[in-house]
Design a protein around this ligand. Sequence first.
Ligand code: PAF
Length: 280
Amino acid sequence: MQKIATVSEMRQIARELRAKGGRIALVPTMGALHAGHAALIQEARKSADAVVVSIFVNPLQFGPSEDVASYPRTPEADLGVCTDAQVDVVFLPTVEEIYPRGYSSYVTEEAYSKPLCGVSRPSHFRGVTTILAKLMNIVRPDCLVMGQKDVQQAAVARKMIADLQFGVDVVLVPTVREADGLACGVRTRGLTASQRQEATVVQQALAKAKEMVDSGVRSTDRLIAEVTHIIGQRRRVRVIYVSIVDSVTMEAMREIVPGKSLLMIAVWVDEVRLVDNLVL
Ligand code: PAF
């Protein structure tokens, strides 16, 4: 496994991989790798000949009230995960390498990024689309492997890639859950045992909504009311949004279309922000 820190070296290695005729999969991450990331890497191995994992805590996607300095960083463990998963190249640039002094160019997607997390984190997706565009320009991958847990991020990425004609496929990997049903995530790992216990209400609410849809309910108002009610029973969990949207455009839906509607939930568990979703 090669460990690369500069853009010029990363470009050179990617060029060599392409020259061998291989397909390149890029797994973009901010490190603190967990079982969800391991599943992305595994899927990347299936979709390509060479797997590049980027590890970069992107300051641009943190809002003014979000502390980039306190984002978990576990570089040694991350390299262990990548070695075990037979990653070919790990790209670990510094902030100065990606955003040198005087940096002033940004990429924005202006439709799918507006609702849901776009409301409470207004500059977040601009940071995500900018870093993804830069990583795609550096690595020139054939596909980008992303997780269903952050499905709005994947939808925004797909739209930006289509609009800007990058010619890169987005491969979406199902959410990996822990034994208690919580979606694996960097923030989930920071929960105390009692916060975890409170957070399981999100999974219970998703399951209840799915059960209602399977028994014929189609009104999104009814489903949202039920989910909001279930979550509201936990004192330490506050709803940021509960919404049912089209799985491609992220637009709110009035009626469920089975297989195409996504139930999207974001909550605070005390001061920890969690997101989850389920295809209904
Ligand atoms: O999901 C993440 O970890 C980040 O938002 C991403 C896609 C790596 C961009 O910084």
